[in-house]
Design a binder for this molecule. Structure first.
Ligand code: ZN
Length: 351
């Protein structure tokens, strides 16, 4: 006599049906892309890992399209989400105060649970760049400053790792893919890091940073699948207010230190206190601290109020300051100057 009841049979049939539907949905996920690029190239995307340095307007948009395309991602960003970011970066009001790398990982895991996403809410510098970038198939520039870009340039040139340069200000945007040994590098056409205008001082249109985010993702897909013609050896210049869309040829510079094998930015020690923008400063501890021990100590002081908290991160308010505390560093908002930051660090960490 069979021990399988009708109810069990129905359950088994349903489970089988769900499995088939799930397999069908998995096949469907990349179907529109696969029709165009082919299943062999789709497999190349699934094996690749792209590291995105800076998860702002360009980085968050590039990450969104690459996650949807099935590419594994490493996300690096040192910043906290602020109200002024929402005009051009893919975050929500409820994300304010969270580290960008963690908020973006959370968002993209809801978009594609099949890929691997690692988030590093950290300051990228000469002491940790090897740890964060090794193993990347390609590095995408989503940063907002030339110091980080020159560091990326030196690391990628030394390790023969392809990387992008993407920058936008006002209604203008630039993009290129740099292939070490093949194309001019970043320092061939931008020799020094004298920064004048920034998004904070000159402003920027959301679509300008978004457009180069999408172009970064498209160029990454083309490079990873060895398809199409990459924008390499040329820089794409766009001005959305003047309807300019042009490719300008780049030339190697005889005086470029990086092309000569001199990687000076890999030897530059990080500054302990650094102004990130406006009244926002970063303080690097130079050692690991226990965030939970610090929070326990501060809990006794009613002037400190906890706003956000996770395993290795806590955000506190203290008087007019917002303080974001990580294992290796802290970010202070609304500080007047470096002295202000030092006083706060001494009060909180005791260093
Ligand atoms: Zn060069």
């Amino acid at each position: 006599m069979s021990t399988v009841t009708n109810a069990t049979k129905k359950t088994l049939l349903l489970q089988d049906g769900f499995k088939k539907i799930k397999v069908f949905l998995l096949i469907m996920r990349y179907s529109r892309q696969e029709i165009f690029i082919g299943s062999r190239k789709q497999k190349l995307l699934r094996k690749a890992t792209v590291t995105i340095v800076g998860c702002g307007g360009t980085g968050s948009v590039a990450a969104e399209y690459l996650a949807r395309a099935g590419v594994n991602l490493h996300l690096i960003d040192r910043d906290i989400i602020e109200m002024s970011d929402l005009q051009r970066q893919l975050y929500r009001e409820e994300d304010m105060g969270k580290p960008k790398a963690l908020a973006l990982k959370e968002r993209l895991e809801d978009v594609n649970s099949e890929i691997r996403i690692a988030a590093y809410p950290d300051d990228l510098n000469a002491s940790n760049i090897e740890h964060y970038l090794s193993g990347s198939s390609l590095v995408l520039d989503g940063s907002d400053n030339m110091q980080t870009r020159f560091l990326l340039n030196d690391f990628c040139m030394k390790n023969k790792l392809p990387f992008t340069y993407a920058a936008a200000i006002k209604s203008e945007a630039l993009f290129t893919l740099i292939m070490p040994c093949e194309t001019p590098c970043l320092r061939c056409f931008i020799p020094n890091s004298d920064e004048t205008d920034t998004c904070e001082t000159a402003g920027v249109l959301g679509p300008a940073v978004g457009a180069i985010g999408i172009i970064s993702a498209a160029e990454a897909i083309k490079y990873l699948t060895t398809s199409g013609l990459n924008i390499k050896g040329h820089i794409l210049h766009m001005n959305f207010y003047k309807n300019i869309y042009e490719l300008i040829e780049l030339k190697k510079s005889k005086n470029c230190p990086s092309c000569r094998g001199e990687y000076e930015f890999l030897d530059k020690p990080s500054r302990r206190i650094m102004q990130l923008c406006g009244g926002t400063y970063q303080f690097l501890f130079g050692k690991d601290i226990s965030v939970s021990d610090i929070v326990n100590n501060l809990g006794k002081n009613p002037d400190f109020k906890i706003i956000n908290k996770s395993r290795d991160f806590v955000q506190l308010s203290y008087k007019k300051h917002m303080i974001s505390l990580f294992k290796t560093r802290m970010i202070v908002q609304n500080a007047k100057n470096e002295k202000d930051v030092r006083v706060l660090t001494a009060k909180i960490i005791g260093i």
